[in-house]
Design a protein around this ligand. Structure first.
Ligand code: CUA
Length: 326
């Protein structure tokens, strides 16, 4: 009989999410924040330990020790001098460690503007002059090993831009642009999440940052910069018609078609995105159909109205059309 594996598998399961993203940095800036977190944590453990021992000694310790603990010297040393020195040192160290994270762009980096919306992310890639050259949503593509500058803002309430494995949180404030830089060490997808409560669907406001090798990034961005491909099958042609006659284009833009709405996410290459609904569902025709027919079942409070009145065939057709926009 083989030995029981339950202990190992349950331990394995318990550790399946370990390390959590905040303690698993994938770039030098996130590494600094992780180092700072561990240092603060270690400091807190030591101080808590000393306090627990002192309390124990003050209650149950020998009379000689109790007298020493109650002495004025210890209060000045442990209660005033130590906190002032330790906290000042930590503050200075923390500020120098994080100062580089918010440096202004030098002009060499890829610049990306991200605006928070209830409850999704408006993404624009900027050229050297700061003009928006590609519009996208809920997904950001960056190069590996090179700094990227994000200029974050908001179009409604305060949100917070946060990719735990790459960078700390930065508030997105209406009427203001905050900058942050980050570097990804390795290619891959990194999950992001709104880090500030911004209304009912706050927890459903995620996004994806994808880091590519430079040649691959050029290919991806060139594809995103192109106009949408026209519908090529009977089903997608029907979907295109349904999209237009249902008024979808008054909120969504699809470059190369009459759809030019600005209220909702740009859909020019929606089918190429990794997620639907701002990081909460995989992107495919099934999830697209469910989203369009009743978005509020998936994301309560979303600004988009449900289109439950579409027939099954129309719904399939719109989903197929959107999915074809790679
Ligand atoms: Cu946006 Cu929380």
């Amino acid at each position: 009989m083989s030995p029981p594996t339950s202990t190992r598998s349950s331990l394995g399961e318990a550790l399946a999410g370990w390390p959590p993203p905040v303690l698993d940095p994938a770039g030098p800036f996130a590494q600094r924040i992780t180092d700072l977190s561990w240092a603060l944590f270690a400091m807190a453990v030591v101080v808590t330990g000393v306090v627990v021992v002192a309390v124990w000694a003050a209650i149950w310790g020998p009379p000689g020790l109790k007298r020493k603990l109650g002495g004025e010297k210890l209060i000045w040393a442990g209660g005033v001098a130590f906190p002032v020195v330790a906290l000042t040192a930590l503050l200075v160290w923390g500020l120098t460690l994080t100062a580089r994270l918010t440096e202004a762009p030098t002009g060499e980096e890829l610049r990306i503007r991200v605006a928070g919306e209830q409850w999704w992310w408006r993404v624009a890639y900027l050229d050297r002059q700061g003009r928006e050259v590609i519009e996208d949503a809920n997904e950001v593509h960056i190069p590996v090993g090179r700094p990227v500058v994000f200029e974050v803002t908001s179009n409604d309430v305060i949100h917070s831009f946060w990719v735990p494995r790459l960078m700390g949180k930065v508030d997105m404030i209406p009427g203001r642009i905050n900058t942050l830089r980050l570097i990804a060490d390795r290619p891959g997808s990194y999950g992001g999440q709104c880090g500030e409560y911004c209304g009912g669907a706050h927890a459903l406001m995620g996004f994806v940052v994808v880091a590519h090798e430079p040649a691959e990034l050029r290919r991806v961005l060139a594809a995103r910069a192109a106009a949408a491909r026209p519908p090529a099958t009977e089903l997608t042609r029907l979907g295109y018609q349904v999209f237009n006659r249902s008024g979808c284009g008054s909120c969504h833009a699809i470059e190369g078609t009459p759809a030019n709405g600005l209220a909702g996410p740009n859909l020019t290459h929606v089918g190429a995105r990794r997620s639907l609904g701002a990081g909460i569902l995989p992107m495919n025709q099934g999830t697209l159909g469910g989203w369009i027919s009743n978005v509020h079942d998936i994301k309560p409070g979303a600004r988009m109205p449900p289109y439950g009145a579409l027939s099954g065939e129309e719904l399939r057709a719109v989903a197929a059309y959107l999915d074809s926009l790679k």
